[in-house]
Design a protein around this ligand. Structure first.
Ligand code: WQD
Length: 372
């Protein structure tokens, strides 16, 4: 049996990465994180504000390097400095719309970046990997709820295709070389934030996902929400998704690592979702109820590439990974809202807002951070 201690996390400063690092540290792992700040806020000296907050939450250090996966020599340098037992690979460009406009950039970043990572892992005799995949690999589902056996590949956008191609690559390498031990986690729709309100979703690119957009409307940064399509074949005509609290997603990664630690699987795939479908209108209603803030909305046309419903069968992760999701939709809304109201400008203008934890005000950077 392997004995993991040090986890290398790519995309560690991002939304899912930072939440996962909290869970990893709390489970006793040491973490070395990298990020290129393509879609996360960077600090003045190349540090990651999100990971500073992670250190505050956990009281434990995170070793961080600003590093792009396309910079293979830097990656090699980091691997040579540390003894890395396993890798969680989050780093990825992930905007569906943008991926259709600049496909080459997506293919290069996501696929070449992953190849570099896999090569450096191999050079260093590190074959344990948790890969951040997506329900988008299922395309327009043939049946619901979606099990892991559902066909993949008929994907409606370039971003999704990069995830699909990487999954195929992982299949091939794990079939060819028996050392690899890989879990690919197909996320449904991650939302929410750490219950402390100290870390949350703060993309540096435009908000396009439903919950962050809705929260922007709620705090008055945007006028109203446009619901993309009211004529889907769903309970109320609006799109149905399987929302999952980001802390449940994070604990799913720790459960996956524990599994890899115990068993040599070569390659396994698990859905991470609650198996509960919620329409856009239902989520808006829940959000209004939890926050007490009215969300004005207008029905607009469908968004290209969207599907009616995506709901998973998440039972395999529950039984085989002993993963226990703990958060319901009200907690997802509550925690996202707490993060949003405590940090109206995210990690950026730390002067305007002092984040509070248990009544104590955090001393935060007095200057506007780079790039904003
Ligand atoms: C949810 C629902 C929209 C915004 C994406 C990726 C997927 C995954 C998670 C990523 C849909 C509707 C949205 C708005 C709206 N993985 N909506 N108005 O598209 O289900 O999934 O994020 O990394 O791969 O595709 O998430 O939050 O954008 O949309 O009506 O302003 O909300 O049409 O029904 P999506 P989403």
């Amino acid at each position: 049996m392997a004995n993991f201690n040090t986890v290398f996390v790519t995309g560690g400063a991002g939304y899912i990465g930072s939440h996962c690092i909290v869970e990893l540290l709390e489970a006793g792992y040491s973490v070395i994180a990298i990020d290129n700040f393509a879609n996360s806020v960077n600090g003045e000296h190349g540090e990651a504000p999100s990971l500073k907050r992670v250190e505050q939450i956990t009281g434990k250090p995170v070793i961080f390097y600003q590093c792009d996966l396309l910079d293979k020599s830097k990656l090699e340098e980091i691997f040579s400095k540390h003894k890395i037992d396993c890798v969680i690979h989050f780093a990825s460009m992930k905007a569906v719309g943008e991926s259709m406009q600049v496909p080459l950039l997506y293919y290069k970043n996501n696929i070449v970046g992953t190849i570099n990572l896999l090569e450096v892992m191999k050079q260093n005799n590190c074959y344990q990997l948790v890969f951040s995949s997506s329900c988008t690999v299922y395309g327009n589902p043939e049946y619901l709820p979606i099990t892991e056996e559902h066909p993949t590949g008929d994907v409606t956008n370039v971003y999704g295709r990069t995830k699909y191609f990487i999954e195929e690559m992982l299949k091939d390498i794990s079939a060819a070389e028996k050392n690899w031990n890989i879990i690919s986690l197909r996320y449904f729709n991650p939302v929410g934030a750490h219950p402390s309100g100290l870390i949350g979703e703060d993309p540096t690119k435009a908000f396009t996902n439903l919950m962050p957009y809705m929260a922007q409307v709620a705090i008055g940064n945007k006028e109203s929400l446009t619901i993309f399509g009211g004529d889907y074949d769903t309970v109320d005509g609006t799109g149905v998704r399987d929302y999952i609290h980001v802390m449940d997603l994070a604990s799913g990664h720790v459960a996956a690592l524990d599994k890899l630690n115990k068993e040599h699987l070569r390659l396994k795939v698990y859905n991470l979702g609650l198996g509960t479908g919620l329409s856009v209108k239902e989520l808006v209603h829940e959000f209004e109820e939890v926050t007490g803030v009215h969300i004005p909305y207008a029905l607009g046309p469908r968004r290209v590439g969207d599907v009616d419903s995506l709901v998973c069968d998440g039972s395999l992760a529950v039984t085989e990974l002993q993963w226990q999701p703990k958060y319901d939709v009200k907690m997802m809304c509550r925690d996202f809202w707490r993060w949003q109201t405590m940090n109206p400008n995210g990690y950026r203008s730390e002067t305007a807002t002092a984040a509070k934890l248990n009544g104590t005000t955090l001393a935060v950077n007095g200057k506007q951070l780079n790039g904003h």
